[in-house]
Design a protein around this ligand. Structure first.
Ligand SMILES: [Fe+2]
Length: 261
Protein backbone atom coordinates (compact mmCIF):
# COMPACT_ATOMS: atom_id res chain seq x y z
CA UNK A 1 0.00 0.00 0.00
CA UNK A 2 1.07 3.51 -0.82
CA UNK A 3 1.46 5.73 2.22
CA UNK A 4 3.16 9.04 1.39
CA UNK A 5 1.38 12.20 2.63
CA UNK A 6 -1.24 13.30 0.11
CA UNK A 7 0.52 16.47 -1.00
CA UNK A 8 3.99 14.96 -1.59
CA UNK A 9 3.53 15.76 -5.25
CA UNK A 10 4.10 19.51 -4.79
CA UNK A 11 7.73 19.09 -3.89
CA UNK A 12 8.43 16.39 -6.46
CA UNK A 13 11.59 17.27 -8.41
CA UNK A 14 10.02 16.08 -11.67
CA UNK A 15 7.75 19.16 -11.62
CA UNK A 16 9.84 21.95 -10.23
CA UNK A 17 9.85 25.19 -12.19
CA UNK A 18 7.53 24.02 -14.96
CA UNK A 19 5.36 26.90 -16.16
CA UNK A 20 3.55 27.89 -19.33
CA UNK A 21 5.74 30.43 -21.15
CA UNK A 22 3.02 32.19 -23.10
CA UNK A 23 5.47 34.52 -24.86
CA UNK A 24 7.22 31.51 -26.41
CA UNK A 25 4.25 30.55 -28.61
CA UNK A 26 4.99 31.18 -32.28
CA UNK A 27 2.65 32.43 -35.04
CA UNK A 28 2.44 28.79 -36.21
CA UNK A 29 1.26 27.73 -32.72
CA UNK A 30 -1.50 30.36 -32.83
CA UNK A 31 -2.45 29.21 -36.30
CA UNK A 32 -2.61 25.56 -35.24
CA UNK A 33 -4.81 26.41 -32.23
CA UNK A 34 -7.10 28.50 -34.46
CA UNK A 35 -7.45 25.82 -37.13
CA UNK A 36 -8.18 23.07 -34.60
CA UNK A 37 -10.56 25.30 -32.64
CA UNK A 38 -12.48 26.47 -35.70
CA UNK A 39 -12.69 22.97 -37.08
CA UNK A 40 -14.04 21.40 -33.90
CA UNK A 41 -16.06 24.08 -32.09
CA UNK A 42 -18.96 24.22 -34.60
CA UNK A 43 -19.49 20.45 -34.11
CA UNK A 44 -19.79 20.68 -30.37
CA UNK A 45 -23.14 22.37 -29.66
CA UNK A 46 -24.73 19.25 -31.15
CA UNK A 47 -22.18 16.68 -30.02
CA UNK A 48 -20.74 17.67 -26.62
CA UNK A 49 -22.45 17.15 -23.27
CA UNK A 50 -24.04 20.07 -21.39
CA UNK A 51 -21.29 20.17 -18.75
CA UNK A 52 -18.67 20.67 -21.46
CA UNK A 53 -20.67 23.40 -23.23
CA UNK A 54 -21.29 25.24 -19.96
CA UNK A 55 -17.61 24.82 -19.06
CA UNK A 56 -16.29 26.12 -22.36
CA UNK A 57 -18.30 29.33 -21.83
CA UNK A 58 -16.91 29.67 -18.33
CA UNK A 59 -13.26 29.21 -19.32
CA UNK A 60 -13.74 31.58 -22.30
CA UNK A 61 -11.72 29.60 -24.83
CA UNK A 62 -11.64 31.20 -28.27
CA UNK A 63 -10.01 30.72 -31.65
CA UNK A 64 -7.54 33.59 -31.37
CA UNK A 65 -6.04 32.87 -27.98
CA UNK A 66 -4.14 29.70 -27.09
CA UNK A 67 -5.43 28.60 -23.68
CA UNK A 68 -3.74 30.74 -21.05
CA UNK A 69 -3.23 28.73 -17.85
CA UNK A 70 -2.86 31.76 -15.61
CA UNK A 71 -6.29 33.08 -16.59
CA UNK A 72 -7.74 29.60 -16.54
CA UNK A 73 -6.47 28.88 -13.03
CA UNK A 74 -8.24 32.00 -11.72
CA UNK A 75 -11.52 30.81 -13.22
CA UNK A 76 -11.08 27.24 -11.97
CA UNK A 77 -10.15 28.47 -8.48
CA UNK A 78 -13.60 30.08 -8.28
CA UNK A 79 -15.50 27.02 -9.54
CA UNK A 80 -14.17 23.63 -8.42
CA UNK A 81 -10.92 24.85 -6.88
CA UNK A 82 -8.87 22.85 -9.39
CA UNK A 83 -5.67 24.11 -10.99
CA UNK A 84 -3.69 23.22 -14.07
CA UNK A 85 -0.18 21.88 -13.46
CA UNK A 86 2.30 22.01 -16.33
CA UNK A 87 4.02 18.66 -16.96
CA UNK A 88 6.67 17.67 -19.50
CA UNK A 89 4.40 15.48 -21.68
CA UNK A 90 3.60 11.95 -20.57
CA UNK A 91 4.50 11.43 -16.92
CA UNK A 92 4.88 8.49 -14.53
CA UNK A 93 1.68 7.00 -13.14
CA UNK A 94 2.47 7.94 -9.53
CA UNK A 95 2.91 11.60 -10.49
CA UNK A 96 -0.15 11.60 -12.77
CA UNK A 97 -2.49 10.19 -10.14
CA UNK A 98 -0.75 12.13 -7.37
CA UNK A 99 -1.54 15.40 -9.14
CA UNK A 100 -5.16 14.50 -9.86
CA UNK A 101 -5.61 13.38 -6.27
CA UNK A 102 -4.50 16.89 -5.23
CA UNK A 103 -6.89 18.68 -7.63
CA UNK A 104 -4.15 19.47 -10.11
CA UNK A 105 -4.77 18.66 -13.75
CA UNK A 106 -1.54 17.71 -15.56
CA UNK A 107 -1.14 19.45 -18.90
CA UNK A 108 1.53 19.85 -21.50
CA UNK A 109 2.11 23.32 -22.98
CA UNK A 110 3.30 22.40 -26.49
CA UNK A 111 1.08 22.36 -29.56
CA UNK A 112 1.19 19.94 -32.48
CA UNK A 113 2.70 21.20 -35.75
CA UNK A 114 0.74 21.96 -38.91
CA UNK A 115 1.67 18.59 -40.41
CA UNK A 116 0.33 16.77 -37.32
CA UNK A 117 -3.16 18.26 -37.28
CA UNK A 118 -4.89 14.89 -37.41
CA UNK A 119 -2.62 12.44 -35.69
CA UNK A 120 -0.45 12.63 -32.61
CA UNK A 121 1.30 9.94 -30.63
CA UNK A 122 1.00 11.74 -27.33
CA UNK A 123 -1.49 14.37 -26.21
CA UNK A 124 -0.58 18.00 -26.85
CA UNK A 125 -2.16 20.98 -25.13
CA UNK A 126 -5.02 21.20 -27.61
CA UNK A 127 -6.14 17.85 -26.21
CA UNK A 128 -5.27 18.64 -22.59
CA UNK A 129 -6.74 22.14 -22.60
CA UNK A 130 -9.51 22.32 -25.19
CA UNK A 131 -10.94 18.88 -24.41
CA UNK A 132 -10.43 18.41 -20.66
CA UNK A 133 -10.32 21.83 -19.04
CA UNK A 134 -13.90 23.02 -19.65
CA UNK A 135 -15.01 19.93 -17.73
CA UNK A 136 -12.79 20.85 -14.78
CA UNK A 137 -15.59 23.31 -13.89
CA UNK A 138 -17.90 20.35 -13.15
CA UNK A 139 -17.72 18.97 -9.59
CA UNK A 140 -18.85 15.44 -10.53
CA UNK A 141 -16.13 15.21 -13.18
CA UNK A 142 -13.43 16.58 -10.88
CA UNK A 143 -14.67 14.52 -7.93
CA UNK A 144 -14.40 11.41 -10.06
CA UNK A 145 -10.85 12.33 -11.16
CA UNK A 146 -9.75 13.01 -7.61
CA UNK A 147 -11.20 9.84 -6.13
CA UNK A 148 -10.26 7.37 -8.83
CA UNK A 149 -6.72 8.68 -8.48
CA UNK A 150 -6.91 8.04 -4.75
CA UNK A 151 -7.77 4.41 -5.52
CA UNK A 152 -4.92 4.22 -8.07
CA UNK A 153 -2.42 5.57 -5.53
CA UNK A 154 -3.34 2.81 -3.09
CA UNK A 155 -2.34 0.24 -5.72
CA UNK A 156 0.37 2.22 -7.51
CA UNK A 157 2.97 -0.52 -7.06
CA UNK A 158 0.74 -3.11 -8.74
CA UNK A 159 0.84 -2.80 -12.57
CA UNK A 160 -2.11 -5.21 -12.91
CA UNK A 161 -4.32 -2.98 -10.73
CA UNK A 162 -3.20 0.18 -12.55
CA UNK A 163 -3.95 -1.45 -15.89
CA UNK A 164 -7.49 -2.31 -14.79
CA UNK A 165 -8.08 1.23 -13.47
CA UNK A 166 -6.68 2.74 -16.64
CA UNK A 167 -9.43 0.94 -18.56
CA UNK A 168 -12.01 2.84 -16.53
CA UNK A 169 -10.16 6.12 -17.07
CA UNK A 170 -9.89 5.40 -20.79
CA UNK A 171 -13.54 4.50 -21.40
CA UNK A 172 -14.85 7.40 -19.29
CA UNK A 173 -12.61 10.49 -19.01
CA UNK A 174 -11.04 9.93 -22.42
CA UNK A 175 -13.68 8.12 -24.48
CA UNK A 176 -16.94 8.33 -22.54
CA UNK A 177 -20.40 9.09 -23.94
CA UNK A 178 -23.41 10.32 -22.00
CA UNK A 179 -27.13 10.19 -22.74
CA UNK A 180 -28.85 13.57 -22.39
CA UNK A 181 -32.55 14.05 -23.17
CA UNK A 182 -32.51 10.77 -25.09
CA UNK A 183 -29.53 11.76 -27.26
CA UNK A 184 -25.94 10.56 -27.23
CA UNK A 185 -23.40 13.25 -26.34
CA UNK A 186 -19.68 13.25 -25.69
CA UNK A 187 -17.77 13.96 -22.50
CA UNK A 188 -14.60 11.95 -23.27
CA UNK A 189 -11.68 14.26 -24.04
CA UNK A 190 -10.06 11.88 -26.52
CA UNK A 191 -13.19 12.28 -28.64
CA UNK A 192 -13.74 16.01 -28.00
CA UNK A 193 -10.27 16.84 -29.32
CA UNK A 194 -10.78 14.84 -32.53
CA UNK A 195 -13.18 16.06 -35.22
CA UNK A 196 -13.02 12.62 -36.88
CA UNK A 197 -13.80 10.60 -33.75
CA UNK A 198 -16.56 13.05 -32.74
CA UNK A 199 -18.44 12.03 -35.87
CA UNK A 200 -17.48 8.35 -35.66
CA UNK A 201 -18.32 7.83 -31.98
CA UNK A 202 -21.88 9.11 -32.43
CA UNK A 203 -22.46 7.21 -35.69
CA UNK A 204 -24.00 3.73 -36.03
CA UNK A 205 -20.62 2.13 -36.68
CA UNK A 206 -19.23 1.47 -33.17
CA UNK A 207 -20.98 -0.38 -30.37
CA UNK A 208 -22.82 1.78 -27.86
CA UNK A 209 -22.98 -0.02 -24.53
CA UNK A 210 -24.35 0.95 -21.12
CA UNK A 211 -21.74 2.03 -18.55
CA UNK A 212 -20.87 -1.03 -16.52
CA UNK A 213 -17.87 -0.99 -14.24
CA UNK A 214 -17.18 -4.73 -14.31
CA UNK A 215 -17.46 -4.99 -18.10
CA UNK A 216 -15.09 -2.07 -18.65
CA UNK A 217 -12.55 -3.36 -16.14
CA UNK A 218 -12.34 -6.52 -18.22
CA UNK A 219 -12.14 -4.72 -21.56
CA UNK A 220 -8.81 -3.91 -23.23
CA UNK A 221 -8.57 -0.77 -25.37
CA UNK A 222 -6.69 0.54 -28.41
CA UNK A 223 -4.43 3.52 -28.35
CA UNK A 224 -3.74 3.81 -32.06
CA UNK A 225 -7.18 3.69 -33.69
CA UNK A 226 -10.77 4.68 -33.03
CA UNK A 227 -12.46 2.57 -30.36
CA UNK A 228 -14.89 -0.09 -31.56
CA UNK A 229 -17.09 0.48 -28.50
CA UNK A 230 -18.15 3.35 -26.30
CA UNK A 231 -19.83 3.15 -22.90
CA UNK A 232 -22.70 5.48 -22.06
CA UNK A 233 -23.39 7.01 -18.66
CA UNK A 234 -26.77 8.53 -17.79
CA UNK A 235 -25.11 11.43 -15.99
CA UNK A 236 -21.79 12.55 -14.55
CA UNK A 237 -23.36 11.92 -11.12
CA UNK A 238 -23.66 8.25 -12.13
CA UNK A 239 -19.97 8.22 -13.00
CA UNK A 240 -19.06 9.73 -9.64
CA UNK A 241 -21.42 7.36 -7.87
CA UNK A 242 -19.71 4.32 -9.39
CA UNK A 243 -16.47 4.85 -7.45
CA UNK A 244 -17.27 2.46 -4.59
CA UNK A 245 -18.16 -0.25 -7.11
CA UNK A 246 -14.88 0.38 -8.99
CA UNK A 247 -12.92 -0.23 -5.79
CA UNK A 248 -14.98 -3.29 -4.92
CA UNK A 249 -14.55 -4.91 -8.34
CA UNK A 250 -10.85 -4.06 -8.33
CA UNK A 251 -10.37 -5.80 -4.98
CA UNK A 252 -12.28 -8.80 -6.28
CA UNK A 253 -10.18 -9.01 -9.44
CA UNK A 254 -6.97 -8.72 -7.45
CA UNK A 255 -8.11 -11.49 -5.09
CA UNK A 256 -8.99 -13.72 -8.06
CA UNK A 257 -5.57 -13.14 -9.56
CA UNK A 258 -3.98 -14.02 -6.24
CA UNK A 259 -5.85 -17.38 -6.23
CA UNK A 260 -4.80 -18.13 -9.83
CA UNK A 261 -1.10 -17.48 -9.24
FE1 LIG B 1 -6.57 13.20 -21.94
Amino acid sequence: MFSKPKDWVFSDPRLLDLKQDYSAYTPEDFKVWKILFERQMPNLPKAACEAYLEGVEMVKFNADEIANFEKLNKILADTTGWQVQVVPGLIDDDLFFGLLNNKRFPSSTWLRKMEQLDYLEEPDMFHDAFAHMPLLTNPHYTGFLEKISGIALKYIKDPYAINILSRIYWFTIEFGLIRENGELKIYGAGILSSAGETKFSLSDEPLHLPYDVRTIMNQAYWKDKYQDRYYIVDSLEQLYGSLPEIEEVLEEMLAEKEIRS
